[in-house]
Design a protein around this ligand. Structure first.
Ligand SMILES: [Fe+2]
Ligand SMILES: [Fe+2]
Length: 190
């Protein structure tokens, strides 16, 4: 797993645990966006040969989306509007446009989002075990899949240009560290 350059802020966990319904709605949107992101990556010619793998990720994310929706319904939580994430938009704004390396940047961003999701789901699986067994089990069940998505995206970037991936990963890990320190009281995962 990645060596993050900044830990999650101390107020992240209490915020999430104190707003579980809102966070579940946000999580549903996160899975929906992860599915569309996998499909969006298929626009890059460097990834045409990986289209089956990307479709498989999109299908998996759509299944996650369905699972969160089922959980929302079971708990009587109404599906609602997504909140924008400053962390995600901050990463995505740094993707260089119209250059050869755009695909590398885009893959690294996707990878970091998957990696942070994996990290957070693992924490939630542990922290929720004594509070909400069903939710703890659910988050635990997603950890491996999001970890695989993290690895797949980074390996896809490396297969296109290993050196450029190292350089840009260095840049994006610094950016992640800077963005994650920003105060964020919105009840969202990221
Ligand atoms: Fe997912
Ligand atoms: Fe994922």
């Amino acid at each position: 797993m990645l060596l993050w350059r900044e830990k999650l802020p101390a107020d992240w966990l209490p915020k999430v645990l104190g707003n579980l319904s809102a966070v579940l709605i946000d999580h549903a949107h996160l899975e929906r966006k992860a599915a569309t992101t996998a499909l969006n990556l298929e626009k890059y010619r460097q990834l045409y040969s990986r289209v089956d793998e990307l479709n498989a990720i999109a299908i998996e994310e759509l299944q996650h989306f369905q699972l969160v929706l089922q959980l929302l319904r079971k708990r009587g939580i109404e599906f609602g509007q997504p909140h924008p994430s400053e962390w995600i938009s901050g990463l995505m704004r740094a993707v260089r446009q119209g250059v050869q390396g755009q695909v590398i940047d885009h893959l690294i961003c996707c990878s970091l989002i998957e990696g942070r999701s994996c990290e957070k789901f693992q924490i939630l699986a542990e922290e929720l075990s004594g509070i909400d067994a069903e939710l703890a089990q659910f988050y635990g069940s997603l950890v491996e899949s999001e970890g695989n998505h993290y690895a797949t995206y980074i390996l896809m970037a490396r297969s296109i240009d290993d050196g450029e991936t190292d350089r840009r990963l260095d840049f994006f890990l610094d950016l992640d560290a800077r963005l994650i320190r920003a105060p964020n009281s919105v009840p969202i995962l990221h």
